[in-house]
Design a protein around this ligand. Structure first.
Ligand code: SF4
Ligand code: SF4
Length: 347
């Protein structure tokens, strides 16, 4: 059946961004046939202090200036509890097996009963998901480095009802405030987890959204079982669909890595176009693209960013994804995995 044509959103002149000659898609490696490390294209807090340091620094500054011109958006970060601002140096190293550290770290991150360390009374380490990946060099952004061995990925669930109020505006900020609130919660968990790791004598560095650090969290999240990559360029998880945010902690603590979790979402996306139809600037490719030597779902950064700016963060594609509807992801995963098994058996 032919797709109904849609009216594609065009940026109003008053919100036009200072886009550089080099495109975001070029930075991201669209059309490149060889593998290479990713490049940072946005969300670098340092660029706000040094706007000449990167072609996309003025774009980031324009987006942040517009965002913080609205009191509700400015206050949601400025007044938030994002955990300890300064982390202590690592203390004397406590010896334990990787199995035991993995168990203790996950219990701490998930705030499971009995997991509280006596040195951390009353802390809310409060992630809904936690996974561990051994760091691969291809996840480290060009120009960055790390001598840590493991990345702990934290999944922070969003309130889908509140998220569904996107796209946001200056007058109705609720949908985007939900995103910001969960970034703040993710920062809180990551910073306290990094603090706890140092208390055990190991090194750590927290990654707190919306800012991006030295590592691309998405492939690490795929590797450690947080879900599959969706057509909308975000993760699809078997419990929360795309209604969650990431935070992370890199460390040299000896830990056991998790496995990827295949839930049938990639197959589902091949037959679904809910997000492509819902995206106002038509930024979501309907087929997989070659990106740095790999075929994968991809979002056109240069089409997305003006609408993202217009709506203080957009988020439509993750809100409308069928997997994000509360309670639906586990049922879809069950159905699509059964379908895949039946297909394999009939071959
Ligand atoms: S809306 Fe449909 S196509 Fe888009 S990510 Fe979700 S399942 Fe995939
Ligand atoms: S965030 Fe908005 S503009 Fe960007 S891809 Fe998703 S729906 Fe489209």
């Amino acid at each position: 059946m032919a797709r109904k044509s849609k009216e594609v959103w065009v940026a109003p002149a008053q919100n036009s961004l200072p886009l550089p000659a080099v495109t975001g898609n070029e930075y991201n490696g669209l059309g490149e046939t060889s593998r290479r490390r990713p490049r940072q294209v946005f969300w670098q807090i340092d660029w706000l202090r040094t706007p000449g340091s990167h072609p996309y620094a003025p774009v980031l500054k324009a987006v942040v200036d517009r965002f913080t011109s609205v009191a509700a958006y400015r206050d949601v970060y400025a007044g938030a509890d994002r955990g300890p601002r300064k982390l202590p140096d690592p203390g004397p190293q406590v010896e334990a097996t990787p199995e035991r550290w993995t168990e203790r770290l996950k219990a701490f991150a998930l705030n499971q009963p009995g997991a509280r360390d006596s040195a951390y009374p009353g802390l809310g380490s409060e992630a809904e998901l936690v996974g561990i990946a051994r760091i691969k060099p291809e996840w480290i952004y060009e120009g960055c480095e790390t001598d840590h061995t493991h990345l702990v990925i934290l999944g922070i669930a969003m309130n889908h009802e509140r998220l569904s109020r996107v796209p946001s505006s200056a007058e109705d900020p609720e949908g985007q405030l939900e995103v910001c609130d969960q970034y703040n919660r993710g920062a809180r968990v990551a910073n306290w987890l990094a603090h706890w790791i140092r208390g055990q004598g190991y090194r750590s560095r927290a990654h707190c959204g919306p800012w991006v650090g030295s590592l691309n969290l998405l492939p690490a999240a795929l590797a450690c079982g947080m879900g599959e990559l969706g057509k909308h360029g975000s993760l699809i998880n078997r419990q929360f669909g795309s209604s969650f945010r990431l935070a992370a902690v890199e460390t040299d603590m000896p830990l056991l890595p998790d496995e990827p979790d295949i839930i049938g979402a990639d197959d589902f996306c091949a037959r679904c176009q809910v997000c492509t139809d819902a995206c106002p600037p038509d930024a979501i490719f309907s087929s997989k693209q070659q990106v740095r030597g790999e075929f994968k779902w991809f979002v056109d950064f240069d089409k997305c960013i003006p609408y993202f700016n217009e709506t203080y963060g957009c988020g439509i594609c993750i809100a409308v994804c069928p997997w994000s509807t509360p309670g639906r992801a586990p049922k879809l995963a069950e159905r699509w995995l059964r379908r895949a098994r039946e297909k394999a058996a009939s071959r």
